[in-house]
Design a protein around this ligand. Structure first.
Ligand SMILES: [Fe+2]
Ligand SMILES: [Fe+2]
Length: 475
């Protein structure tokens, strides 16, 4: 039997760390919002609503704790199906995902067809687009099932890696099941669906419906789906809370995250260094899973960065900083559609603009955690170059810390070793030779020499067999 969540994963360290687990997880949930093109703060607002419902139901503390983290991390598996979605629909996976969630695909409908027509086959000739839309409409249920199954499998894997309790993992895996047995992927019915999954499904839909059309429309939508999508008892509880003006309290106030941090059931769980590293590793998996061309990119960059850091004599807190920054530097890529990430040819101007936003986004997400300001700065600078030719800030020389320089060198090295859709990866020697042209103008000489020394010793960093589309100055 799996031990208790707090005693198991986190409780032994209540006084060891200074950062709360909820602070980290709620901030990183903004990265998960990007994968679904949800309004920023979707997971946090879902948590606010779901915890109100769970508390009103009188769930015990331990169950509420599992619900709390499952609500924040409900979309942890969502990056896994982005490539498949992009391939099948042929458009912006993020925009499609947002629309798909609100549509009832169980029955053919005009609105479903309109949605497919709007999103599928972007840029294709009319005949090709019509064929694609028809094919998707005919196979809509199987297609949706496949997407949800992929997301569930990934969510379970990453959730366990983080150390979530089994009740949270189970809830994340079942959150698209419907009360009437016509949901996804297992067609569970009624009380066979875990109660936490039923609450999460209702809470996330309340936020999505409300974000589209307001809270009154959201209440009408859940009432209309009571007994089909949602557990009627939960809908009754939500309606009662709404009538008492308690369901939507603080919703839309801009204070949702602060309120959610105060909602953590039981004692505040503090995260120690090992737990923070484990969460960083799990989120690196989420980012790398978005595209088949990013297999293990972040793990490879981490390995290269750690070798450079050790080679130049770094230790302790500075080493921790490099470890986490190298794993989290591409968080913002979760907002880049797969039609750009997986594109075999050159990017056009607008596509480049989207790519260039990702370091800033990575920094913005991490800056929500007060003790992570330095980490946020380093990830935000991973595409800056010493001569000011990088992005997003065009920072120069002394403006870039040693940690930023290490991650930048490791990132370029990783990108050069990895295969891309339009060219194979290079050998270590060829990658180092190519990088040498940028030393010391763009890349730090000390970091480059440290990398070259590590590489010469044959250390096993940067996954040579990975395919990776990474849009940098070499791409
Ligand atoms: Fe990047
Ligand atoms: Fe990268």
């Amino acid at each position: 039997m799996r031990p208790d969540w707090k005693r198991d994963a986190f409780a032994g360290t209540l006084s060891a760390g200074t950062i709360s687990l909820s602070d980290i997880v709620s901030a990183l949930s903004f990265a998960l919002d990007l994968t679904e093109d949800a309004r920023p703060g979707h997971a946090v607002r879902s948590c606010l609503l779901g915890m109100r419902i769970g508390t009103e139901l009188g769930l015990p503390d331990q169950q509420l704790s599992s619900l709390y983290y499952a609500l924040l991390l409900k979309d942890i598996g969502c990056s896994c199906n982005a490539n498949l979605l992009c391939e099948m629909v042929g458009g912006d996976d993020r925009r499609i995902k947002r629309s798909v969630k609100l549509e009832d695909w169980r029955y053919p409908s005009i609105s479903g067809l309109k949605l497919l027509w709007e999103h599928a086959g972007a840029g294709e000739a009319i005949l090709m687009k019509s064929k694609r839309v028809l094919s998707l409409a005919m196979r809509r249920r199987r297609f949706r099932n496949e997407l949800v199954r992929l997301r569930c499998e990934c969510g379970v894997k990453v959730g366990r890696k983080i150390g979530l309790p089994e009740a949270s993992v189970e809830a994340i895996s079942s959150l698209d099941e419907h009360w009437d047995g016509r949901g996804y992927p297992e067609r569970l019915r009624g009380e066979a669906i875990p109660i936490l999954a039923r609450i999460i499904n209702l809470a996330q839909c309340l936020d999505l419906f409300s974000s589209e059309n307001g809270t009154a429309a959201a209440m009408r939508s859940i009432s209309a789906r009571s007994g089909s999508w949602f557990d009627p008892e939960l809908v009754r509880v939500a309606r009662a809370l709404s009538q008492q003006n308690r369901l939507w309290e603080f919703y839309g106030s801009g204070m949702e995250r602060k309120v959610v941090l105060g909602l953590e059931p039981g004692m505040i769980v503090r995260a120690d260094d090992a737990q923070i590293d484990r969460i960083a590793e799990a989120f690196a998996d989420v980012v790398d899973a978005k595209s088949p061309f990013t297999y293990a990119h972040l793990l490879g960059v981490r390995d290269a960065a750690m070798h450079i850091a050790r080679q130049i004599g770094m230790s302790g807190e500075r080493l921790n900083l490099v470890y986490r920054a190298s794993l989290l530097h591409d968080l913002g890529k979760l907002r880049v559609p797969n039609s750009i990430l997986d594109k075999p040819g050159k990017l056009d101007f607008m596509e480049w603009q989207v790519v260039r936003e990702h370091p800033g986004l990575s920094g913005e997400i991490l800056s929500r955690i007060r003790p992570f300001q330095e980490l946020a700065r380093v990830v935000g600078e991973h595409h800056e170059k010493l001569d000011g030719s990088g992005y997003p800030g065009g920072l120069k020389g002394d403006q870039l810390s040693i940690e930023s320089r290490i991650v930048a060198v490791a990132d370029v090295y990783g990108a050069l070793l990895e295969d891309r859709s339009y060219r194979p990866g290079r050998s270590r020697a060829a990658a180092l030779l190519s990088m040498k042209e940028s030393v010391p103008g763009k890349l730090d000489a000390e970091c480059y020499e440290a990398l070259a020394a590590s590489s010469a010793s044959g250390l096993p960093f940067a996954r040579r067999d990975s395919s990776h589309v990474h849009r940098d100055m070499y791409g």
